[in-house]
Design a protein around this ligand. Structure first.
Ligand SMILES: Cc1cc2nc3c(=O)[nH]c(=O)nc-3n(C[C@H](O)[C@H](O)[C@H](O)COP(=O)(O)OP(=O)(O)OC[C@H]3O[C@@H](n4cnc5c(N)ncnc54)[C@H](O)[C@@H]3O)c2cc1C
Length: 509
């Protein structure tokens, strides 16, 4: 396993309190709604302090958007399907803390040594072999990039780009949340080719078109992955499908702490009593002392709309205003022949619509590798984010023709099996949304929110935001009951170069 290397990473110490709920005389009961990363993290945080926890998950599997489920290929072969490729970055300290509960050395993650990005002209930028420490990582990236010329570098607007190097949350949102990512990139004067690769690739990985995405969210992400961290941009992936590598072991860990895991059980509403909450699920009403709502945006909106007794009017309106990013498509192909051996396990693409990336599962995931070894084939996955059409079958065809252009050896391959997922359940970080984004703490001290769409004033994103809000939600309920919490970690919540920080604060906002 790779240990965290950034000596400037920060830790919010665990809040003090009693070590175990047994000392309270009666163990508090908590319901966690949603069994994705956020919910499972909150469940872990509470169960480890002896709280009696029940997790309600609508789907038949745990893991949420990083879940996996059984499918069969046309020839009857059992396979595990999922939303596929997920990058587990080294600076995901809170997610790694969760996974380490069942895999202390994180042996079930394996590094991908390169992360090439290709543009429409076939030019490749790569993050492999870069120095890890900012600003040298950025300098080296720009220096060796085929999409930057020295002249381009001189044209960069240092003043406009300064916020990227001086990110602090929430201040960056006060400065940039009213600007969209595309306008911000224009103002910086980035060379168009480099802009597409280094920024659009990131922006679209947030499931949004850069014209829809808050520039503050883009800057925060750039800080987390690049300019604010010295963990590097090279990441890990699970060695087996998500259930086997991540969630089955965590489920055993949680049931060992008396957590009741109820998959296939949707929560339909909450009520408030003097003592706690009533919760409706699967035709039953149950009572809990505390609740964590760790659903995706649509699930959260529905539960709150159906539960008029919880929160305040203003809070409920803010939840109602949360938005979902446009749909995305994941297409997995089981092909009858291999892809050329020199191809990278993961390739990000910029300005090659509608394709955003290609991954070769048999290069890193055990189940796919065994299938490919047995059949002589390959398992290829194509992602298209922020779809601008409703025509999913047209999108499938367009993705496949991109695959054939980029990896011509796949042109004549026979498709042995294929599965397409068309979903719309990622939060949108739209322009100006931050001011009304709900936080982990709610107007009710026994009710907390968690998830990658929930505000937390730390430089985190995506899976790491889900984990950070999950620990924080657990801490919020634990604190309410006088129990000790858990530490929360992040990359530094300020720019790493003091002089630039001083310059940024002296400039008008
Ligand atoms: C294709 C794709 C690629 C991605 N790649 C990356 C990546 O490379 N790196 C990265 O960091 N992130 C990536 N992400 C984002 C990442 O998947 C999410 O940030 C993370 O999984 C969110 O976790 P969560 O717990 O907040 O939400 P979810 O995983 O959505 O969990 C919420 C859960 O709540 C459940 N639920 C909803 N309503 C109810 C109800 N009424 N009752 C009971 N349960 C309910 C849902 O079924 C769901 O399981 C990617 C996402 C996708 C879709």
């Amino acid at each position: 396993m790779t240990r965290p290397r950034d000596r400037r990473r920060v830790t919010r110490q665990a809040p003090a309190g009693l070590p175990d709920a047994a000392l309270l005389g009666r163990r508090p009961t908590a319901a966690i709604v949603g069994g994705g990363i956020a919910g499972l993290t909150a469940a872990t945080g509470l169960a480890e302090r002896g709280v009696s926890v029940t997790v309600f998950e609508r789907e038949d599997h745990l893991g949420g958007r990083v879940g996996g489920w059984p499918e069969r290929l046309p020839d009857g072969t059992a396979v595990t399907m999922s939303r596929g490729f997920h990058a587990f970055f080294r600076q995901y300290y809170n997610l790694r803390a969760l996974l380490a509960r069942t895999d202390p050395r994180l042996d079930r993650l394996t590094p991908l040594t390169d992360y090439p990005l290709m543009d429409a002209h076939g030019r490749i930028d790569t993050f492999a072999g870069l120095p890890r420490t900012p600003p040298w990582n950025a300098v080296a990236f720009a220096w060796r990039s085929p999409t930057f010329t020295r002249k381009d570098l001189l044209h960069l607007s240092g003043r406009e780009a300064l916020p990227l190097a001086t990110v602090s949350v929430p201040e960056i949102y006060h400065r940039l949340d009213r600007t969209d990512a595309a306008t911000f990139l224009e103002a910086i004067n980035f060379p168009p080719a480099a802009k597409h690769l280094a920024f659009e690739v990131f922006s679209r990985s947030f499931f949004a078109d850069p014209r829809e995405l808050s520039a503050a969210e883009l800057a925060t992400m750039f800080h987390l992955y690049f300019l604010g961290s010295s963990e590097g941009l090279v990441f890990d992936v699970p060695t087996e499908p998500f259930p086997q590598a991540l969630w089955d072991p965590l489920a055993s860990y949680l049931t060992g702490r008396r957590v009741d895991l109820r998959t296939g059980t949707a929560v339909t509403g909450l009520g408030r009593t003097l003592e706690g909450f009533t919760l409706e699920a699967g035709g039953r009403t149950e009572h809990f002392d505390g609740v964590v709502l760790a659903c995706d945006v649509a699930g959260l909106r529905e539960i709150v709309a159906a539960s008029p007794e919880i929160g305040t009017e203003a809070w409920r309106a803010d939840i109602g205003g949360l938005r979902t990013a446009p749909p995305f498509l994941v297409r997995r192909l089981w092909l009858d022949r291999p892809v050329e051996p020199h191809r990278s396990p993961f390739l990000g693409t910029g300005s090659i619509p509608p394709l955003d990336n290609i991954s070769l599962l048999d290069r890193y995931e055990g189940e796919a590798r065994r299938w490919a070894a047995r059949t002589g084939g390959s398992v290829v996955e194509l992602h298209a984010y922020a779809a601008s059409t409703d025509d999913s079958s047209g999108l499938e065809k367009a993705l496949e023709s991109r695959l054939h252009e980029i990896y011509p050896e796949t042109r004549n391959a026979r498709v042995v099996g294929d599965i397409t997922l068309w979903r719309e359940d990622c939060p949108l970080f739209g322009v100006g949304d931050f001011a009304r984004r709900p936080t982990v703490e709610t107007p009710d001290p026994a009710l907390a929110l968690a998830g990658d769409g929930i505000r937390i004033d730390l430089p985190v994103a995506l899976m790491e935001r889900a984990a950070a809000t999950g620990w924080t939600a657990a801490n919020s309920l634990l604190g309410h009951w006088g129990l000790a919490g858990h530490p929360i970690r992040s990359v530094p919540n300020h720019g790493r170069i003091r002089l630039l920080n001083r310059l940024a604060t002296s400039m008008p906002g």
